[in-house]
Structure formats: structure tokens, C-alpha cells
Design a binder for this molecule. Structure first.
Ligand code: NAD
Length: 256
């Protein structure tokens, strides 16, 4: 049964990676999907691929570090949905692996602008619409780096920790309006972002720390997002769900 059929979603960062997998799985459920992304070319490729499978999709040019563009994207998505936006999955983000002492002012500021302020702007705009409508599902894509300290994660981990906190506050403030807000904390997931950032050595270290002994797939993260985006998750609110192959659960050494 497709319980999401006829709903409308905005998926930021939906042109590729985790965001695209979310857009694809929502579309398979009969959801109208607005993709918001900085990469216009990749967005068109994503749109064509989803439309070929019968989905209703629009592309919304979006830089999430602009508050005004986030407001406009939410408006465009709601218009696509006949005035309402049921679902926001906020996946747009950038990565950075830099030691605390080597992180420059510019790197710090860029990370906060995109990964933290971007989440704030998009969730605020969507939250306002959903409060008005009396229904909504907000899913932010945080990271295990926002939960556990790790080397090279001063800016990225701080931004993602912030995303988790703003998701919790939103969950509390909108709970009586039929709106839920939950965060996913993916571990290492095979996407372009990780392909650029993880050397062979990094991959070996990660795999040793992941009980599942492998990286996750964007589809595995998307499946969790679809659950949190659905009406059946109504009593799950302000939660941080790790999708990490057991990485956070293991904590310390678990293999020889
Ligand atoms: P990705 O690089 O494959 O995709 C990210 C998408 O976001 C791209 O399409 C990019 O164009 C878009 N984007 C980047 N900056 C943007 C901006 N300013 N405005 C609008 N769009 C922008 O990355 P991914 O691996 O799919 O990551 C998606 C999210 O998941 C990110 O927030 C990332 O931090 C988080 N995450 C990823 C992993 C992982 O291992 N891949 C782990 C934990 C968390």
C-alpha cells in the first residue's frame, strides 16, 4: 500500500547521492517530488531519470546557504503540491575533513553557512508551511559525525551536531501541530561526497570500525528517511536514527 501517494515533498540536495535516493523512493510511493539543488545540470539528469519511471518532478534551483532561496524553494514546492508541502527531506550538504587546528576561518564559515544555516533556513520555511497546514514530516540528514567526536570533524561535526539540535527543538515546538522532525545520522555511505573524501587508508580505518564491515548505500539511508516521512511514524519525534551499520553502537574495538 502506498500511504504517501498524492503527497508532496521537497528534497534538498536531491540531484545526487542520498538526496537522489530519497527522491527516487518517495516518487516510487507516488509522492510529487520537488528537487532543490545547487547543481542545475545534475538536477535535470535526476529529473529525467525519475520522470522516465513515471514520477511527477520539478527542479528548483537552490543554494541552501541563502535564506531567501530556501523560502522560495519551499513556496515553489508547496505550489507544486497545490498549496501544501507534506514532506521536507533536507539532504543538501558539503563535507570537510580538516583537523581542528588547521581549519581556516573561511572553511569554518562555509561549513556553517551550508550545513548548519542551510538546514535552519529550509526547516524554518517548511516548518512554517506545515504548521499552517496542521501536518508535516521533516527529516534532516545529519551524520554520525554530529554525535561522536572524530578526528578531522571540527567544522563538519559541529555543523551536524547543530543540525541535530535544531531538529530536536523543531520537533518539540511543532509537536502539537501534526508536524514531526527527526534526524538521520548516516555513517559512511557510498556517494560522490565520500568518493572525493575517503582515501584507501581512510576506507580501511572506517571498515574496521563498522561492525557490518562495509559502507552503506544511499538506498539504505533513503529507506529510513521514507519511514520518517510517512504518516505511520507519527509518534516518532525528535529522534536521531543512526544508519551506520552499527558504527555508533560499537564505540570501541569490536574486531581483532
Ligand atoms: P553528495 O555530494 O553526493 O550530494 C550532495 C548534494 O547536495 C549534491 O547534489 C550537491 O549539489 C548538493 N549541494 C551541495 N551544496 C549545496 C547547497 N549549498 N545548496 C543546495 N544544494 C547543495 O553528498 P551525499 O553523500 O549524498 O550527502 C548528502 C547529505 O548526507 C549531506 O548533508 C552529508 O553531509 C550527509 N551525510 C553523508 C554521508 C556519507 O557518507 N555520504 C554520511 C553522513 C552524512
Amino acid at each position: 500500500m502506498r500511504v504517501l501517494k498524492g503527497q508532496t515533498a521537497l528534497v534538498t540536495g536531491g540531484a545526487r547521492g542520498i538526496g537522489f535516493a530519497v527522491a527516487e523512493q518517495l516518487a516510487q510511493q507516488g509522492v510529487r517530488v520537488a528537487i532543490g539543488d545547487l547543481d542545475a545540470d545534475q538536477m535535470r539528469i535526476a529529473q529525467a531519470s525519475l520522470e522516465a519511471a513515471g514520477a511527477e518532478v520539478i527542479c528548483v534551483p537552490l543554494d541552501v546557504s541563502s535564506s531567501q532561496q530556501c523560502d522560495t524553494a519551499v513556496e515553489a514546492a508547496a505550489e507544486f503540491g497545490g498549496g501544501k508541502l507534506d514532506i521536507l527531506v533536507h539532504s543538501a550538504g558539503i563535507g570537510l575533513e580538516r583537523s581542528f587546528l588547521d581549519t581556516s576561518d573561511d572553511e569554518w564559515a562555509r561549513m556553517m553557512d551550508v550545513d548548519l544555516s542551510g538546514a535552519f533556513y529550509c526547516c524554518r520555511a517548511a516548518g512554517r508551511k506545515m504548521k499552517e497546514a496542521g501536518y508535516g514530516r521533516i527529516v534532516t540528514i545529519a551524520s554520525t559525525a554530529g554525535v561522536a567526536g572524530g578526528t578531522g570533524r571540527a567544522a563538519y561535526g559541529s555543523a551536524k551536531g547543530g543540525v541535530i539540535m535544531l531538529t530536536r527543538v523543531l520537533a518539540v515546538e511543532l509537536a502539537t501541530y501534526g508536524v514531526t522532525a527527526n534526524a538521520l545520522a548516516p555513517g559512511a555511505i557510498e556517494t560522490d561526497l565520500v568518493a572525493k573524501m575517503h582515501s584507501e587508508t581512510t576506507r580501511r580505518v572506517y571498515r574496521r570500525a563498522i561492525p557490518a564491515d562495509r559502507y552503506g548505500t544511499p538506498e539504505e539511508v533513503a529507506a529510513a528517511a521514507v519511514f520518517l516521512a510517512s504518516p505511520s511514524s507519527a509518534y516518532v519525534n525528535g529522534h536521531v536514527l543512526a544508519v551506520d551499520g552499527g558504527f555508533l553502537a560499537a564505540g570501541v574495538l569490536h574486531k581483532d
